[in-house]
Ligand binder design. Structure first.
Ligand SMILES: C[S@@+](CC[C@H](N)C(=O)[O-])C[C@H]1O[C@@H](n2cnc3c(N)ncnc32)[C@H](O)[C@@H]1O
Length: 263
C-alpha cells in the first residue's frame, strides 16, 4: 500500500483479518456495535472470533483501542467488562482503561445520574512499541516556591523553581459530540454511531508514528481512516456494510484524501 493512502474492504472482519499476516498491525482503533443498541443493517458480530483475530494480527508491542459502551436498560449490561476479561484471557495486556467523556449528552435517566462516558480499552501485545504522550497546558506556570520531598530531618524545604507549562494528559478524554463536535462532515451522520474525529486522532498520535499502518476492522463512516491519513499514517478499513464503506470512501474523497484502488 502506498504511503498515506487508505484501503477499504467490504466484509465480515473476521474473514478479512484471516487473510492478513500475523503480527502485522501496529495499531487498531475501533468501536464495535454496543449490545443491540443500533441496527447496523443486519450485521453479524461474532465478538470472540473478532477478538482472537485481532490478537493474531497485532504486532509485538502493538495496540488495540477498543471504544465501547454498555446498554443501559434495567441496569448496565456490563458487556464491556466481559469483553475486557476475554481480551485478557487471549493474552492481551489491559494497558489502560481510559474514559471517553461526552461533554454534551442527551441520555438522561430518571433514577440514576446522566451517563456521560464510554470506555476506551487500550490493549497491548506485550509492552507498547510507541507512546507519544499528549500534553495539556498546566493551569499555573512561571516561577514559584516549589515544595521538596521531606528529608530525614522532617523539614519541608522549599526552593524557587519553574512550574512546567504543560503536563501529560490524564486518561480521561472529553469531547463534544454531534455535528461540529464529532465531526463537521455531514455525510458521516448517515451512519448511526460515529465517534469523534479528535478521539481517533488522539489515539493515533499517542500509539503510532507517521508511516505506520492503522486498522479499523469495523470502520463505519471512516473516522479512523480520515484521521490516520491526515496524520500521515496508512489505513485499512473493513466494514460488513457496503453502504457504510461507500459513505467512508465519499467522506475521504470530500476531504481530498487518497484511497488505493481496490485490491
Ligand atoms: C460503532 S460502529 C463504528 C463507527 C465508526 N467508529 C465511525 O466513527 O463511523 C460499528 C460498525 O461495525 C460494523 N460491523 C458490525 N459487525 C461487523 C463485522 N462482523 N465485520 C465488520 N464490520 C462489522 C457495523 O456495520 C458498524 O458500521
Amino acid at each position: 500500500m502506498p504511503q498515506h493512502a487508505a484501503q477499504f474492504i467490504v466484509g465480515n472482519c473476521v474473514e478479512v483479518m484471516r487473510a492478513l499476516d500475523a503480527h502485522s498491525i501496529p495499531l487498531t482503533v475501533t468501536s464495535p456495535p454496543y449490545d443491540t443498541l443500533r441496527d447496523y443493517k443486519g450485521f453479524e458480530f461474532p465478538f470472540e472470533a473478532i477478538a482472537a483475530e485481532l490478537y493474531r494480527v497485532t504486532a509485538a508491542g502493538g495496540i488495540v483501542v477498543w471504544v465501547i459502551g454498555d446498554r443501559i436498560r434495567n441496569g448496565r449490561s456490563l458487556t464491556s467488562f466481559r469483553q475486557a476479561l476475554f481480551f485478557q484471557e487471549l493474552g492481551f495486556s489491559m494497558h489502560d482503561v481510559m474514559i471517553y467523556q461526552k461533554k454534551n449528552t442527551p441520555f438522561m435517566r430518571s433514577n440514576a445520574y446522566t451517563n456521560a462516558y464510554e470506555m476506551m480499552f487500550v490493549l497491548c501485545k506485550g509492552k507498547p512499541r510507541v507512546f507519544n504522550p499528549l500534553k495539556a497546558p498546566t493551569k499555573r506556570h512561571g516561577r514559584e516556591m516549589l515544595t521538596h520531598n521531606k528529608l530525614p530531618d522532617g523539614i519541608n524545604k522549599k526552593k524557587r523553581g519553574e512550574l512546567k507549562k504543560e503536563k501529560t494528559r490524564t486518561n480521561i478524554w472529553a469531547y463534544a459530540v454531534g455535528l461540529g463536535g464529532t465531526t463537521r462532515d455531514r455525510i458521516a451522520f448517515q451512519h448511526p454511531a460515529v465517534f469523534p474525529e479528535k478521539l481517533a486522532e488522539d489515539h493515533i498520535l499517542s500509539w503510532s508514528n507517521p508511516g505506520d499502518l492503522v486498522l479499523d476492522p469495523m470502520c463505519g463512516s471512516g473516522t479512523t481512516g480520515k484521521m490516520a491519513l491526515l496524520n500521515r499514517r496508512r489505513f485499512l478499513g473493513i466494514d460488513i456494510s457496503a453502504e457504510y464503506i461507500e459513505i467512508a470512501r465519499q467522506r475521504l474523497r470530500d476531504c481530498g484524501l487518497a484511497e488505493c484502488p481496490p485490491a
